[in-house]
Design a protein around this ligand. Sequence first.
Ligand SMILES: Nc1ncnc2c1ncn2[C@@H]1O[C@H](COP(=O)(O)OP(=O)(O)OP(=O)(O)O)[C@@H](O)[C@H]1O
Length: 661
Amino acid sequence: MSTAQAQREHVETILHSLDHPDGGEDAVIERSWRRCIDRYGLDPTAPSPPRYVPDRTLREHQDQADALIQVARAGVEQLYRQVTPLDYVVLLTDARGIAVQFLGASSAQYEHQRTGLYLGADWSEEHAGTCAVGTCIQERVPLTCHHSDHFSAHHIRLTCTAAPVFDPDGQLLAVLDISAYRSPESKASQTFALQVVKHYARMIEDAYFLQRYSGYHIVCLDRSREFVQINRRYLIAIEEDGTLLAANTAGRKLLRHHDLPLAGPGEARPFRAWNIQDLLDAEINEVLDIQRYSDDGVRAFRTHRHRELHFATLLEPKRRRAPSGQPRPGDSSLAPLEALADDDPAMRDTLTRAARLRNEPINLLVVGETGTGKERMARALHDSSRRRDQPFVAINCAAMPESLIESELFGYEPGSFTGANSKGMKGLIAQADGGTLFLDEIGDMPLQLQTRLLRVLAEQEVLPIGASRPVKVDLRVVAATHRDLRTLIDAGRFREDLFYRLNGASLRLPPLRERADQGYLIRRLFEDLQAERGESQSRLRGDAMSALLAYPWPGNIRELHNALRYALATCEGDEVVVGDLPEECISSHLAHPAARPAETPDGPIAGHSAVARPQDPLHEALRRHRWNISAVARELGLSRPTIYRRMKRLGITPPHQQDAL
Ligand SMILES: Nc1ncnc2c1ncn2[C@@H]1O[C@H](COP(=O)(O)OP(=O)(O)OP(=O)(O)O)[C@@H](O)[C@H]1O
């Protein structure tokens, strides 16, 4: 049959089946065809060239799926090795159907790209019509979309089999797909493909689950004693007291079967409402001590509800906060990165990525608001990397006068321009040879220098001003910006090709106001300042700490740093108390935490004005205590002379003295 004839027949089949739905075994496909017509308004006869997202969008999708891609890598490669002799390619898409990982024979790259079986292709049903990935996303089930199951007549030579990968909350995370251009006519020929893809999707899902809950006890259950150690069918993560935290897909089914419905999409009951003892007829100690009380690390328990026999093993928690890029236990080289944060989830994700990337031969872009610690991150990356004994050279592209940037960066030969040093100068880029070049505020680099920098990065060599021969350099570049480089690119102020060179991967730093580990940062900054002042006696009293924690910090860690520096400089003795903090922190402490003075976005901390306003905290406290200086001193933790000094500085005169003036 000719292709045109096959396509015509295909369209007729679709239209006929929509008029006479039989709800048979291909009900999933029929539902999808109906969506294509009714919901997306697609036409099966219309040409449907593959749709690719732009490179930068692909990179965003890959960044978002990074944790999964890393975990899935070994599984995807293993699957590819199994199916490549049968001429399949392997795709991993995110939950929106964008292919974020692809493995296929490079000799057929043109065909892959033409068909859309390639990185960056959009296989959502809305765009591609009925297809394995898109329909799997809609239906949330493994399926094969074979030949004319595809909605578009242009896809009918393909056979594609996909299975969903769910995250521990039951949300769709990704879709794993294998596809081939040639296959037997019968759909039954793909039964084995379906089993294989389901198997690998489950392996990836479980690996992701184990990694995400590696800081907790994980109970592994199976109906067979022999298999529980190797199969680990049901995985349930629990707290020390048995509270249920999460379960893999099979585990969630098991719990539902025992009338313990868990919060998944659309389910109301929160996970933490249950305890492992609601499922198993066992004391929590018996579960946590499985290893101790059995020879082979396996114990049998019955379920409460159906008295079913299950065999259990237990995975012990690993250290909770270690970035997963940690190569071997006890590796102290990660300490500089580890020190940047405590238990803030966004920072932990960034640090995990940073740990993984620290020795990769790619350039990194650190993004975040002003003062969120971008330079600190660049330094920590350097100190954690194999380049740590080589130079770290930091350049602020915004602070350097434009006329100097070129010579500072690239250096110059003796006598190459008027005013130049007669001995010539080694540029900063060459000084960073072997180490890390940190380019801060890269968005402010003039366009003409961007072109030269691009050449340095592409060729790994630098041409000093006035020199005829370039000098080889071995660089790892970490660039940072608080600007949206994409907007600058669109405005023609930043070179897109340079952006891609610099953005081998990006690391995002959250603003201070969103960080959950503010207490940790305060303690660290306080210690740093003490070290800077060469002292170690001072301590931060509880009320000062509470005031700092309650203060609604904006995005900038530098403001917090300045507040502590001010407090250490003005405190009496070796204790910083709430009254030593800048006025606005005291004010916020005394009033409601939300009553925040007007912000000065990038400037220094406001509020050190020499003239007291009636709403100034000291003024307020004095009025509240009816000008009883001892009471105010007690509340602010300051001595009476300090209160008097501050009153003088702020020009505050008690009412009873005003008459005397
Ligand atoms: N994780 C951290 N732990 C302790 N101090 C930090 C941390 N991150 C930043 N700081 C401190 O906050 C201040 C600002 O940090 P840094 O200069 O690295 O920020 P930045 O984002 O590069 O700033 P800018 O946008 O102005 O260039 C510095 O005083 C730094 O020491």
